[in-house]
Design a protein around this ligand. Sequence first.
Ligand code: NCD
Length: 303
Amino acid sequence: MRHDHLIDTKQLSRADIEGVLDRAAEIDADPAAFADRHAGKLLGLMFYEPSTRTKMSFETAIKRLGGDIVDMGSVESSSVKKGESLADSARVVEGYADALVLRHPSQGAAKMVSDFVDVPLLNAGDGAGHHPTQTLLDLYTIRENAGLDDLTIGIMGDLKYGRTVHSLAHALTNFDTRQHFVSPPSLKLPRSVRYDLHEAGANVREHADVEDVLPNLDVLYVTRIQRERFPDENEYREIAGEYQIDLDTLAGASDDLTVMHPLPRVDEIAAEVDDTPHAKYFEQAHNGVPVRMALLDSMLEER
Ligand code: NCD
């Protein structure tokens, strides 16, 4: 991949994506071959928002490549508390690390920081903006389970604030896919995302009910309503719990349907679905390690 920073998926070509996924498959097949690849390299973690999977899988990935992390820690325990700007913190941490991973509540934060730092910067989520490394593991999971071409995918839930959705939808325009977006009217895709998808020639439809499209789907990608992004808690409460996938819903699906979710889930997928062959969300989370290893490997090796 010929990029200094990974900010969003609009910058990725099909060749970039396939390069990372192919390398992740190599790593999956023989992780030991990559064990010392980046011995001594340090990954700087700057997480201004909660994270379990993204942070832990980046940490696992760099350690499995022979490197280690330096972690800014929580906002509460760092100099952010004293009023340090994001740009200043990033310029300091880049002096300690060979690459930076940033998660921040403000949309556009990663793009802004990328103008200040020379080491590779990976956007691990900028508010309701993008989450490109999540998309790469999503694509890896889709490729393994359903294939990436001639794909019919339903993307459901919070399409307005869901950054995983914005990144995934863009990336899928590199492949022969039909995208069906399912959400309450108030959580439809933002106009800017819809515009970009249109420009990229995406095959897109919007629906209010998942039942309308479920029988045709190869993949159903379910997302959490992003409670923390709602300006008004009452607005959240009105929508919460409206969309849930359970065994009754799945009765109308193809036997081969793959159900995915970036996690954490709240109640969008009933626990009874976990034991069906449709459920791939934990496998998806585990794929975060080989995919982030592949990404770090390619971004660190170019330097
Ligand atoms: C997602 C995120 O942070 O955007 N989580 C993740 O990284 N797997 C999804 C979410 O929080 O709903």
